[in-house]
Structures are given as structure tokens and as C-alpha cells.
Design a protein around this ligand. Structure first.
Ligand code: UD1
Ligand code: CA
Length: 463
């Protein structure tokens, strides 16, 4: 990518120490989830998986409350963890990273409870100046509680003043500090040891480095985020829910721009990444989780949950289906009320209908499993018809076994196929059979007691 920042090595410092008392949770705040993912994982993904947009060489996480829970939940990410045993303020939190922090390059300072910062915005921040401090600020209607940006007559930044330390005049300032900065590492090494807690909250304020830099005639740059929600933090369940809605609105808008039609953009949830073809239609109350790919002309009707699955062109998922870790080819019809469990592969023109459960099963082209079946650990050929109520008995209490069904076979309704077992191509299974041995191709096989009628039998009569 042409705009990749390669000039200076970047470090990301993520403050993740807060308990989040107002969440009323056993989990630390940064592990609460937004779009199915821990808040902190959103920030780590932005730092570590950004398609090369940000050249972050080292990510330092600062933990405090429930450190073991935080670090083990994030074990998949390459993070250097540092403990802040006592929460003495944001300045102190960054100070404890100094042993791990290079004296060269710059650092992005981020928060585990401010999950939705964009990599693009951070890139702008890193490019704002070369050797000082750049910070994300925003002018808001209600700045209450936040640090204010104090500027001189030439609009140059002078300092950040916290709400609790501010004069009335300073409180009237509407430009607020997001808390997100890009700072030259040499300045962090120089200023952080000099911080004091001589303020209204007796905290070591990170924000004080701004006035120290100004005193050293260092120019401070400010940048605004593209979306306001990028700098929003989470302190309670209400804020978390509001931020979730804003994020969902953004994800849905991106998909609309990509050409997806939503019956109601406010009644769908995206909890992962979705790739789409043209003319996809998504009805209300659909949840898309993990990595999903939807081809051209895919329709997903109301109430479906699609999880880490690929759905091919012109396929149609009828209402209230759950599709997990499955691959559907083209012109496939599923549902209503079908449950495709992991490793279901449906070839072109397949139909899986009402109240059918599948698992670890491949179904060949044009085959149909239309009603009330359980099909697990099975290989089904092309143009097969599986009658209503057919069950693959794949489990003997210990082992899972395979059922193989050849092309053009016809399995009569309410049959039990006791695996391991093979049904030959073109074979027909009589309805109600319990098939325990392989069924010969092209033949009719059935296991059924002969039907007979008792002529002199009489129904009991009530007295
Ligand atoms: C801070 C900023 C303020 C800014 C606001 C934006 C300071 C002094 N003030 O205020 O200018 O407008 O953020 O939300 O920086 N944390 C630690 N260890 C600590 C203290 C804090 O890890 O010792 C973490 C918290 O868990 C939180 C973040 O740092 O994630 C911000 O701390 P918080 O106390 O919420 O800062 P504010 O007082 O809101
Ligand atoms: Ca505080």
C-alpha cells in the first residue's frame, strides 16, 4: 500500500488496567465483548492486523486488574505485557512501560476500553508531525468530564486541562482530549519520570507531557477522527450497547455501499467479516458471525444465523436456519428451520429442507434432504433423494462411523442407516427400513415385517 508508514518504527502502548467497576462483572472491562469480540482484541487487531497500514514493531499492554485473565485471553496476540500494580494515573501507566520502550521511534498510546479506533486514523496521527506529539481531539457539544484542549491566540496547543482541575473559562472549551496520542519515544523517556501528582485527583496525568513539550517549544499537532465513535470509551453496559449499535450501523452501511440490500439495516448484526457479491438480500434479524462469504444473488431470510460459512451464487437460505462452518455451492436451497453444523458441504442445486440437521457431511449435486432428517458423517452422491425422517445412525456410543450413499440412490422415508454402511448407486431403500449391511447398487433393499390383516379382530367396546 502506497501510504504505508515506513519512516519510523512504531510502538503501540495499550492501557488495559481498568477493573470497570460499573460493568458489575466478574470479567475485567477490556474482556467485555463488542460484536462478539473482546474490547481489547479490537484494539489489538487494529495494531497487529491492519493490512500493513501501520508499521507497528512492538505492542506493549499494561494490565492491572485481573491481569492473568487479560493476558491469557489475549495469548494469541504478540504483546509484551507490563504490570501496573497500582493505578496511579494514566501517566504512571505509561511510565511503567519505559523499561520495555525503545528510546527511538514513536509510540501510539491507546486504550483497551476504547475499542473502535481505526488504523487509518492512527496512520494520520503518526504522519501529523515527525518528532513531537500529535493527538486526537474532537469538538463536542457536551465536553463534561473530559480533558480540554487549551490553545493560544494563534491556535497553538498549550496544555490539556482535566475537568476537575479546570477553571470556569477552561470548562467552557468544547475541544476535548480523546486520550489517544502519537508521541516521540525520547520525549516519553524524558518527561514521564518528571510527572507529579500535584492535582485535583492526586494522579500522575499523562496529559501533563503536553505542557512540558510546549515549554520545550515542541509543536503539538491535533487530528480529528473520521468517526466520532472511534474515540468513545466504555465504562458501563449502556455505553457498551450504544457503541455496539454505532458499530453495527457502520458495518451495515459499508455492506450497503458494497451493494447489499437489507430489509431493515437496524435489524441485522455483523459479528465478524463479511464478503459479498452483487445483489445480496438480507432480511430482518439475521446474524452473520466470523468470516462469511456470500456470493451473487444470495438471499438470507429472516432469523438466520450464518457463522464462518461460504454461500455460493443464487443460493437461498429460508427463515430460521443456523449455518455453521459450512460451504454451500451455487443454487442451493436451505430451510426453513434447518441446522447445518460444521463441515457440511452442499454441492450445486442441493436442497436441505425443514427440520433437517447435518454435520460433517458432503452432499453431491442436485441431491435433496427435504424433511426431518439427521445426516451426520455422511458422503452423499449426486441426484440422491433422502426421504423424510431418514437418520444416519453414526454413533454407537463410542465410535463415529461413515454412511456412504451413491449417485441417484433413493432412500425411503423413516429409514435408519446404521453406519458404517454403504448404499450403492441407483439403490432404492424401502421406507421404514433399518439398514445395517451394505445395500447393493441398482436394487431395492428393505427390512420390514410383512403387513398382514387379522380378519376376526374386534376393537374393545366401552361399557
Ligand atoms: C483521560 C484523560 C482525559 C481524556 C480522557 C478521555 C488523563 C489524565 N486524562 O481521563 O484528558 O479526556 O482520558 O477518555 O489522561 N488507566 C490505567 N492506569 C491508571 C489510570 C488509567 O491503565 O493508573 C487506564 C484506564 O483503565 C482507562 C484509561 O487509562 O482505560 C483512561 O483512564 P481514566 O481514568 O478513565 O482517564 P480519564 O480520567 O477519563
Ligand atoms: Ca480518572
Amino acid at each position: 500500500m502506497s501510504q504505508t508508514n515506513t519512516q519510523t518504527p512504531l510502538t503501540a502502548i495499550i492501557l488495559a488496567g481498568g477493573q470497570g467497576t460499573r460493568m458489575k462483572s466478574a470479567k475485567p472491562k477490556v474482556l467485555q465483548t463488542l460484536a462478539d469480540k473482546p474490547l481489547l482484541a479490537h484494539v489489538l487487531d487494529t495494531c497487529l492486523h491492519n493490512d500493513g497500514l501501520l508499521n507497528i514493531k512492538k505492542t506493549i499492554g499494561v494490565y492491572g486488574f485481573a491481569g492473568e485473565q487479560v493476558t491469557s485471553a489475549m495469548a494469541d496476540y504478540a504483546v509484551t505485557w507490563v504490570e501496573q500494580a497500582e493505578q496511579l494515573g494514566t501517566g504512571h501507566a505509561v511510565q511503567v512501560t519505559l523499561d520495555e520502550l525503545s528510546t527511538e521511534g514513536k509510540s501510539l498510546i491507546l486504550y483497551g476500553d476504547v475499542p473502535l479506533i481505526h488504523a487509518k486514523t492512527l496512520l494520520k496521527l503518526t504522519k501529523a508531525n515527525t518528532d513531537g506529539i500529535s493527538m486526537l481531539t474532537l469538538t463536542v457539544d457536551n465536553p463534561f468530564g473530559l480533558g480540554r484542549i487549551k490553545r493560544d491566540n494563534n491556535n497553538k496547543v498549550l496544555a490539556i486541562v482535566e475537568e476537575k482541575d479546570a477553571t470556569d473559562v477552561e470548562r467552557a472549551i468544547q475541544e476535548i482530549n480523546s486520550g489517544i496520542y502519537c508521541v516521540d519515544n525520547a520525549l516519553l523517556h524524558k518527561y514521564l519520570p518528571l510527572l507529579n501528582n500535584d492535582n485535583a485527583q492526586n494522579e500522575y496525568y499523562l496529559t501533563d507531557i503536553v505542557k512540558m513539550a510546549v515549554a520545550d517549544s515542541i509543536d503539538i499537532q491535533t487530528i480529528e477522527p473520521e468517526d466520532d465513535f472511534e474515540i468513545e470509551g466504555v465504562n458501563n453496559r449502556q455505553q457498551l450497547a450504544i457503541l455496539e449499535r454505532k458499530w453495527q450501523a457502520k458495518l451495515v452501511e459499508d455492506l450497503q455501499i458494497a451493494g447489499v440490500q437489507f430489509a431493515d439495516p437496524s435489524r441485522v448484526d455483523i459479528r465478524g467479516k463479511v464478503e459479498v457479491g452483487q445483489d445480496v438480500f438480507i432480511d430482518v434479524n439475521v446474524i452473520l458471525k466470523g468470516d462469511c462469504q456470500l456470493g451473487n444473488n444470495v438471499t438470507i431470510e429472516a432469523g438466520c444465523v450464518i457463522d464462518n460459512s461460504q454461500i455460493g451464487d443464487n443460493s437461498h437460505i429460508k427463515p430460521h436456519c443456523v449455518v455453521s462452518e459450512s460451504q454451500l455451492a451455487e443454487n442451493v436451497i436451505v430451510g426453513p428451520f434447518a441446522h447445518l453444523r460444521p463441515n457440511t458441504c452442499l454441492a450445486d442445486n442441493c436442497k436441505v429442507g425443514n427440520f433437517v440437521e447435518t454435520k460433517k457431511t458432503t452432499v453431491g449435486k442436485g441431491s435433496k434432504v427435504n424433511h426431518l432428517s439427521y445426516i451426520g458423517d455422511a458422503k452423499i452422491g449426486a441426484e440422491v433423494n433422502i426421504g423424510a425422517g431418514t437418520i444416519t445412525c453414526n454413533y454407537d456410543g463410542v465410535n463415529k462411523s461413515l454412511t456412504e450413499i451413491g449417485d441417484n440412490a433413493f432412500v425411503g422415508s423413516n429409514s435408519s442407516l446404521v453406519a458404517p454402511v454403504k448404499i450403492g448407486a441407483m439403490a432404492t431403500i424401502g421406507a421404514g427400513s433399518v439398514i445395517t449391511k451394505d445395500a447393493t447398487e441398482g436394487r431395492l433393499t428393505l427390512t420390514r415385517a410383512k403387513q398382514h390383516t387379522i380378519n376376526h379382530w374386534q376393537r374393545p367396546v366401552k361399557k
